[in-house]
Design a protein around this ligand. Sequence first.
Ligand code: NAP
Length: 449
Amino acid sequence: MVTTLDEKLESAYQEVLRRNPGEIEFHQAVREVLETLGPVLAKYPEFAEHKIIQRVCEPERQIIFRVPWQDDQGRVQINRGFRVEFNSALGPYKGGLRFHPSVYLGIIKFLGFEQIFKNALTGLPIGGGKGGSDFDPKGKSDSEIMRFCQSFMTELYRHLGEYTDVPAGDIGVGGRELGYLFGQYKRITNRYESGVLTGKGLSWGGSRVRTEATGYGTIFFADEMLKARGDRLEGKTCVVSGSGNVAIYAIEKATALGAKVIACSDSNGVIVDHDGLDLALIKQIKEVERRRISVYAQEKPSATYLENGNIWTIPCQIALPCATQNELNGKDAEMLVKNGCIAVAEGANMPTTPEGVRIFQDAGLAYGPAKAANAGGVATSALEMQQNASRDSWSFEYTEQRLHQIMIDIHRDCHETAAEFGAPGNYVVGANITGFVKVARSMLAMGLI
Ligand code: NAP
């Protein structure tokens, strides 16, 4: 079932389809936002009059570049780099870099589009952007990763700056990659400009809690959704997809709040451990040894490994998709509902297909969309920028407290806005409208930009 759009929104959507052929993830992300904006245009006709929707769907700037590098055998390799600077009405472009073979312009544009509204929700002064490459870091040596990152930054640096565009990590880009990228930026510009990248190491301008922030924030958001229903996370059984940065710290915080996480995954399979996942072992396998999650089952007798398994078939009360886009479809959603799932909070970006979202909403689950539920990562990036600007370094406790309060505030804003616009409990409506209105008002105030 596809929700119909009102006339003005439908024509804006058709224009997006026509101007961006083949970019299906971007179309999906735009449609999801437009489906919720009908009541906004009715309340604020000036947004339609000034073509804010059409403007917001068109990136301010799109950069595509060649990334040549040499592998360990001395062979020349060529990848494609992207940076989409989508919207700077609220602050410098801000959003991560993704290195994954599936990356093309449509993926970067969907992520950049989502980022605009997510960043607005944090209440911090950051615009929206995203970038990356079709480079696959899997199986590459550290030297190859370094040469690739240096070549990538040799082109990208001219578009960056602490007041212009501030990248961070995403899939395939963690502390190691950010180190090489920052080193090359510093070398080319001859400036120690800490605020140009976030997710930096603690000894060179990084913020405490940034590594943990997206996963922790997703759990804080899930807990708020449950509290709004007179319930809480403590004692619940959870399933977390993925075993990367977001998944690991979602597992950590869920466990700390008294939930039991029984499964996680990677793109090859799923591990299930009904004793509750051993996080120290997962960190050792994924963060230190950079191996596959199947190793967990070899080390733990209580665990089973399901090669090519579907994690959403495992009964749980809370589902936390933390891997990638469209990893949870309509059938998976039906299965989760049937098995007694009561809440879904998205650590990954757009992990649930539109059909899956409708099934969750029709079944009355607490469904926290990515824009709201995973905003803790970028919020803490903005806190890193604050620390860099004041040449300060905050404690773990203080930074986590700031993150926690931001997630509480995002939940409250989404909850209140959803009720105001006649859709109580609908966090998709709440998140899209709260984020969009902030951006639209700022764009109007700045004239024709
Ligand atoms: P990451 O550290 O690279 O981890 C990604 C994880 O997802 C890996 O375990 C990966 O498994 C798994 N994965 C990827 N594609 C998969 C697929 N098709 N099926 C099953 N598993 C798959 O990346 P991350 O930073 O955790 O990002 C995960 C998600 O969170 C992404 O959607 C990202 O955009 C979103 N996000 C991240 C942040 C952040 O601060 N890092 C902030 C907001 C949102 P393999 O190793 O097998 O590929």
